[in-house]
Write a new protein. Structure first.
Length: 318
């Protein structure tokens, strides 16, 4: 039996991944850009060669679909693998409003390959993690990360790469948790429904490469207003495709609109703050480090819980 432990961090997309050009391989319809978050993390230990398969998340044995997804991922690493134990721990609650699948599959890719005695490079790990959950491809690096759409049917060119390290730009992400309850439609299902039924989906796909190009330029120039515009437009374009799906994939709640309005009011008062949302009702706000506490204070009027997070999150294997 060999064992390895790895840590990876969640990421938040500024230019959004939504839709798949291949659902089996998790190949995205669009390229995306994210920041990896410091502070929150998933730590996963894999024992390769155990008495029986076992998947445990946050101290609880998981079975059914959730376990099957993890075990199928291990089969991709080695179809003839021995029984494996996966013990995974998140230091952030599900109610923190951050998706855990990105840090989970990035940590699993690192720990499982190390426990299996393999030494893939980070690009190959990104390709592997992507097959567990698309956004996990981006959690193989800390800081500012781009995930290429790629063109190849086998997906070997659809991996992430580091655009800039965490210390390139000292911004904060303020997360306003409007609701910590389980989302009505999961990301994978929501994406597929959107892609199949929204007449706006092709427009979202067509706009994405230019959004990404302008966002990369803004990161390189450390131009928050330019980045903020591309980020907000990507979010609204994505949510427009969701709302125009049938049945609609509508994640917004009353508190969501209140937070979005607050960010616009802050901007009108001269505070450089821009919002983004994912497949849920929570609002995340990108701003200068010095203004983060003031932004958080205003958002607390509408959100049950508000966290100020730093950019960081380099993964590691022990
Ligand atoms: C993102 N999201 O770019 C986008 C924006 C949510 C909205 O990636 O089906 O859990 O496992 O590839 O990565 C959430 O979807 O979906 C996501 P799968 P994933 O962060």
């Amino acid at each position: 039996m060999r064992s390895a432990t790895a840590t990876a961090h969640p990421n938040i997309a500024l230019i959004k991944y939504w839709g798949k050009r291949d659902a089996a391989l998790n190949l995205p319809a669009v390229p995306s850009l994210s920041i990896t978050l410091d502070g929150f993390r998933t730590e996963t230990t894999v024992r390769w060669g155990a008495p029986a398969d076992l998947v445990q998340i946050d101290g609880r044995r998981v079975e059914g679909k959730e376990a099957a997804r993890v075990l199928a991922f291990l089969d991709r690493i080695d179809p003839a693998r021995p029984p494996v134990e996966v013990l995974s721990q998140n230091n952030f609650p599900a109610a923190a409003g951050l998706a855990s699948s990105a840090s989970a599959f990035a940590a699993l890719a690192l720990a499982a390959t190390a426990a299996a005695g393999l030494q893939p490079d980070r690009q190959a790990l990104s390709v592997l993690a992507r097959q567990g959950s698309g956004s996990a491809a981006r959690s193989l690096w800390g800081g500012w990360v781009v995930w290429d759409r790629g063109e190849r049917p086998d997906g070997l060119d659809s991996h992430a790469w580091p655009l800039a390290p965490a210390d390139h730009w000292d911004l904060r992400l303020v997360v306003a948790v409007v609701s910590g309850s389980r989302k009505p439609v999961g990301s994978t299902e929501g994406m597929i429904r959107t892609q199949q039924t929204s007449p706006l989906f092709p427009a979202f796909v067509a706009a994405a490469p230019e959004r990404l190009r302008l966002a990369i330029q803004a990161v390189q120039d450390r131009d928050l207003a330019a980045l903020g515009e591309q980020m907000e437009r990507s979010t609204y374009e994505m949510h427009a495709t969701m709302i125009s799906a049938w049945p609609p994939v509508r994640y917004w709640q009353e508190g969501t609109v209140a937070c979005l309005r607050t960010v616009e009011e802050l901007r009108a008062q001269g505070v450089g703050a821009w919002s983004t949302m994912d497949a849920g009702p929570n609002v995340k706000v990108l701003c200068e480090a010095a203004q983060a506490e003031g932004v958080a204070e205003r958002l607390r009027e509408h959100a049950a819980r508000v966290e100020v997070l730093r950019i960081g999150g380099e993964p590691r294997v022990e």
